[in-house]
Design a protein around this ligand. Structure first.
Ligand code: LLP
Length: 422
């Protein structure tokens, strides 16, 4: 469910016509809906009702500080993976205690920044990282609250590039070795064990892998407690999939996911942490773009947009499907013809969709690439020296630019020609 609907023949974000945003801000731009973010946050929160829990939004999915502030106001914590994301969460007003710091390669400097901020939990992924964290904490006269990320060796049955819970993936410590890693953690002066963490992948469209992974974690929690560790928190990660094709996709509902959490780890008297990113953000955002040209091709027409792979890399990187719709509602009975929807970047991979049935759009018309709120703007680049696109936040009948388009001068001024080049 989202709040991007046609009204009076025009696609709106909540009460704002997307055409109005395009006229004011220019295209391409990302548009996010507060009502949708809120709805998805609450659905997850309610799915865990009755268990002590905190929903830590995975900042990597959509890291604009205005969005983070909005979610924080609803009660969200944050899952961050770098000092940059930590700074964003703090800038958004999230208390350190509600921040979880994850990531397979935290540096000493990042650890120090996180300790300084008083983060509630470090998700540690290896013994060398444990040792380093202990040293940094001791040097600051602190103790780092730690959950060890375990790798349960479960096949998440998702795209290989976003599966993280199999033995061959770089993430976590093998669950079979977890007891010895916890023993090591308990012996380190700068470490305080607070919980267990697991995350098996992203865009999961079945519940079984979660069920398997969380059951293994539940067994581990029992063993760790017997060994004397205080496991007060169980972090089950993120990963619940979302529908990208509105017509026929139905990933598991958050309510059913919540039931799996409840049944596997919910009765262990621990606080549950979840780290959803995509679930909250994906369908709360669109990439709004204009058709620059309609070009005749051999097999079918190309719709060349002003948005490109540098703005939304998911189709090029994961062969991801995103629904693409005309902002002006097609008239009933309009001819629908397959078109290749592409960007202006000089690579054949710069395509949002191939042979996609589309109404006959002419140059200058607007399209919305849907489900682009998560892993959209955050993965964009300036490839082809294209400015990062603005981000717009809509709430009811108002909209605000929450990241402006940089000028070309700003893009170039970070670079420097050394004197010797004259
Ligand atoms: N927690 C951890 C430790 C993670 O690594 C991730 C995502 C999440 C939570 C949030 O997962 P979500 O709920 O969003 O599925 N760029 C890819 C997705 C990469 C996901 C990386 N980790 C994409 O566009 O599909």
């Amino acid at each position: 469910m989202d709040h991007f609907d046609y009204r009076d023949g025009a696609l709106h974000a909540e009460d704002v016509p997307l055409a109005e945003i395009a006229a004011a801000v220019g295209t391409p731009c990302y548009v996010y809906s507060c009502a949708t973010l809120e709805r998805h946050f609450r659905v997850m929160d309610e799915a865990l009702a009755g268990m002590p829990h905190v929903v830590c939004f995975a900042v990597k999915a959509l890291s604009n500080v205005a969005v983070l502030r909005f979610l924080a106001r609803l009660g969200a914590g944050m899952d961050v993976v770098s000092e940059g994301e930590l700074r964003r969460a703090l800038a958004a007003g999230v208390p350190g205690a509600k921040i979880v710091f994850a990531g397979v390669g935290k540096t000493g400097a990042e650890m120090a920044a996180a300790l300084q901020a008083g983060v509630g939990q470090f998700n540690v992924e290896s013994e060398p990282e444990l040792e380093r964290l202990s040293e940094v904490a001791v040097s600051m006269g602190a103790q780092a609250p730690v959950a060890v990320r375990v790798n349960p060796d479960v096949d998440a049955k998702t795209h290989a590039k976003i599966s993280t819970g199999k033995a061959e993936d770089k993430f976590g410590v093998p669950i079979s070795r977890a007891p010895e890693v916890y023993a090591r953690a308990a012996a380190l002066p700068g470490i305080r064990v607070v919980g267990v963490d697991v995350h098996i992948g992203s865009q999961l469209t079945a519940l079984e892998p979660f069920e398997q992974a969380f059951s293994r974690v539940a067994a581990l929690v029992g063993a760790l407690r017997e060994a004397g560790h205080d496991i007060a928190r169980i972090d089950v990660g993120g990963g619940l999939g979302v529908p990208y094709v509105r017509s026929n996709e139905a990933p598991p509902l958050p309510f059913d996911y919540g039931a799996v959490v409840r049944r596997t780890v919910g009765g262990l008297g621990a606080e549950i942490v979840v780290e959803p990113g995509r679930l909250i953000a994906a369908n709360a955002g669109v990439l709004l773009a204009s058709v620059i040209y309609r070009k005749r091709g051999e097999a079918r027409d190309f719709l060349i947009l002003d948005a490109a792979m540098n703005d939304l890399i998911r189709p090029a990187m994961y062969d991801a499907h995103h629904d693409i719709v005309a902002v002006r509602e097609p008239e009933a009975g309009a001819a629908i013809l397959p078109a290749d929807i592409v960007g202006p970047v000089c690579e054949s991979g710069d395509a949002f969709a191939k042979a996609r049935p589309m109404p006959p759009l002419a140059a200058g018309e607007l399209v919305a690439i849907r489900s682009a709120g998560a892993y959209g703007a955050v993965m964009s680049s300036e490839y082809n020296t294209r400015p990062l696109v603005p981000e717009v936040l809509v709430s009811k009948d108002r909209f605000d630019v929450v990241r402006r388009r940089p000028t070309y001068a700003e893009m170039i001024e970070r670079e420097r020609i050394p004197d010797w080049l004259g």
